[in-house]
Design a protein around this ligand. Structure first.
Ligand code: S3P
Length: 189
């Protein structure tokens, strides 16, 4: 389902919150704005927000680049799967996941079974603009980030497309994306 934007009013948002009976899980590539949109979405809905990458770092007592360095990507994926399984505990909240989480079959199934997955989607130019602001992503450290993002988009597109709600996260203000997610949830629930 593709979704347009118009910000619902406060009573409509309150009514929507009452219908949310599971975690809302944001999925999509690095740089689509999962954490920023997730934080604003949670605040609009009056729900808790958790960032799965932050939780992985807390659990490991290491940063994500350090985890990749020490255990490789497979080790990171294993920790990611366990942390997300713990976060998807049934209670309504907004969860931002790392870009690769939904590409793991087990994690994806768990999210599809027990949460509401929302795919945030941006074009490569917008992703590049956003990821360029930080240097904390091991997968973008080697090679040309544009090439890497183009490849990851191609490889991961079909996984993300399994999310029941698909929202464009354009280069404008994150509040517009939040409005689109609210509309998507309202139509899907
Ligand atoms: C990854 C995305 C990152 C983080 C890790 C791996 C990926 O999260 O989980 O660096 O595989 O796409 P963000 O999507 O929040 O940048």
């Amino acid at each position: 389902m593709e979704v347009d934007e118009t910000m619902p009013d406060a009573p409509a948002i309150a009514a929507l919150t009452r219908r949310i009976d599971r975690p809302i899980v944001l999925v999509g590539l690095m740089g689509v704005g999962k954490s920023s949109v997730g934080r604003r979405l949670a605040s609009a809905l009056g729900l808790p927000f958790v960032d799965a990458d932050d939780e992985i770092e807390l659990a490991a007592k290491m940063s994500i680049p350090e985890i990749f360095e020490a255990f490789g990507e497979p080790g990171f994926r294993d920790g990611e799967r366990r942390v997300i399984a713990r976060l998807i505990d049934g209670s309504p909240k907004v969860v931002a996941t790392g870009g690769g989480a939904f590409c793991n079959a087990e994690t994806r199934q768990l999210i599809l079974d027990r949460a509401i997955a929302v795919w945030l989607d941006s074009d490569v130019e917008t992703l590049l603009e956003r990821v360029g602001r930080r240097d904390n992503r091991p997968l973008l450290r080697d090679g040309d980030p544009r090439e890497t993002l183009i490849r990851l988009k191609r490889e991961r597109q079909n996984f993300y497309a399994e999310a029941p709600i698909h929202v464009a996260s354009g280069p404008g203000a994150h509040s517009r994306t939040v409005a689109r997610v609210l509309k998507g949830l309202n139509e899907w629930l």
